[in-house]
Design a protein around this ligand. Structure first.
Ligand SMILES: [Zn+2]
Length: 387
């Protein structure tokens, strides 16, 4: 990644570039920023610039051997460390090296990824009830690697994505490495939140704060990345993900997202209204096997459609972010959601979104939710009589 391809303040880029040009490279650094900020991109551009063989005064060349490898994240002197989910009990297998191919692909596709986007790579079976960490084994592995010779560059880079997910043992071992840094090695930590990082580690880092994008920058970035998508779809995705850029990119990569969710929602509502228990059981079975993120997005979509029903009752619909298919469905469906059941329906959906975050049993949850909806959709609207 070249600096020129990143939307970030020029002053910040200059500061990073100058530290390399003036030979004032701190060996332990942190790029700190919220979820949707370009912290990972800047750290990668910085590492690429350091190692570029034909750098200009303000950027890497993008075409030398080193840049080509950096752009694919495959440079042998770039060591990547990130949280993983344990696949089996053997601690030696729970290290980044075993997942590096998947992580590279995920980052190249979505450099604003967060932990949820990354863990979606793992199967739902592997995600079940697990949090994921940078395990202690990782620091032993790294120590071994750093005792070997450099491959191609003068400097090697250890990039640690989300160091806040280090286990205590990992942190203590990393601290030792930072206290006695191996020669010609730079540590770049890319973090969302320093609260869980040892103060003794933080005090050894030079911290670069990276600001989050504002809503219009997020929209511009997404329009640039997805020129084929209609602006209404981009805006709807931003609102659905509440401005989480990584989440929005993931959804937009998924071609017919709105359609898929629309059809599933339409079908679910029909089953609930017709109290078709047999089909609902089958639907719950399929729905609960999809990943946590997919479940949250689907429920948020259902919440959005529920609120849209109310808009259909009371106000102009032309400003809604909806597709023609959704309008056709809402025109017929909106009378079933009204002032006497909307609060309860919305609350149930919101409660389920929270429960998913708490790792609730999704099969039971979707089943109960469907039963509640069957009941609530039958609530008749009370008309207020005016004389
Ligand atoms: Zn280069």
């Amino acid at each position: 990644m070249k600096f020129s391809n990143i939307l970030a303040p020029e002053g910040l880029k200059k500061q990073l570039i100058n530290s390399v040009k003036n030979n004032r490279l701190a060996h332990s650094q942190m790029f700190l920023g919220e979820k949707s900020s370009p912290k990972l991109l800047l750290a990668l551009a910085y590492a690429q610039f350091i190692s570029c063989q034909h750098k200009s005064s303000d950027d890497s060349c993008g075409s030398c051997q080193s840049c080509v490898k950096y752009q694919k994240l495959t440079h042998p002197d770039l060591h990547l460390i990130f949280p993983v989910l344990p696949l089996n009990k053997s601690s030696s297998s729970n290290v980044s090296d075993n997942f590096v191919k998947e992580w590279r692909e995920c980052v190249l596709k979505n450099p604003f990824l967060d932990l949820d986007v990354w863990f979606d790579v793992f199967s739902s079976e592997n995600r079940k009830g697990k949090t994921g960490y940078i395990y202690a084994q990782e620091s032993d592995n790294l120590r071994k690697k750093l005792s070997l010779k450099h491959y191609e560059s003068q400097l090697r880079v250890v990039l640690i994505w989300l160091p806040e997910k280090m286990q205590v043992k990992t942190s203590n071992k990393l601290l030792k490495l930072l206290e006695e840094p191996p020669q010609k090695t730079i540590f770049l930590l890319v973090s969302e939140n320093t609260d869980l990082i040892l103060n003794t580690i933080l005090s050894r880092l030079q911290i670069t704060k990276v600001h989050n994008y504002n809503p219009s920058e997020i929209e511009a970035l997404l329009r640039d990345k997805f020129p084929m998508k209609h602006i209404s779809e981009i805006k709807a995705t931003i609102s659905l993900t509440e401005g989480n850029l990584g989440g929005a990119i993931k959804i937009l990569h998924n071609e017919s997202f709105e359609d898929r969710h629309f059809e599933e929602y339409q079908n679910w509502m029909r089953l609930c209204y017709s109290v078709n228990i047999e089909e609902i059981t089958k639907w719950v079975d399929i729905r609960s096997k999809k990943g946590r993120r997919s479940q949250t997005i689907f429920l948020k979509y259902a919440l959005k459609m529920t609120r849209n029903c109310l808009v259909f009752h009371f106000s102009e619909t032309k400003n809604l972010f909806v597709t023609q298919k959704e309008i056709d469905f809402l025109t017929k469906f909106h009378p079933f959601i009204h002032q006497d059941n909307i609060t309860e329906i919305s609350e149930k959906l919101e409660e389920c979104i929270k429960n998913i975050e708490r790792n609730a049993n999704s099969k039971i949850m979707f089943y109960e939710l469907s039963l509640q909806l069957m009941k609530l959709l039958k609530v008749k609207r009370k008309f207020v009589e005016i004389n």
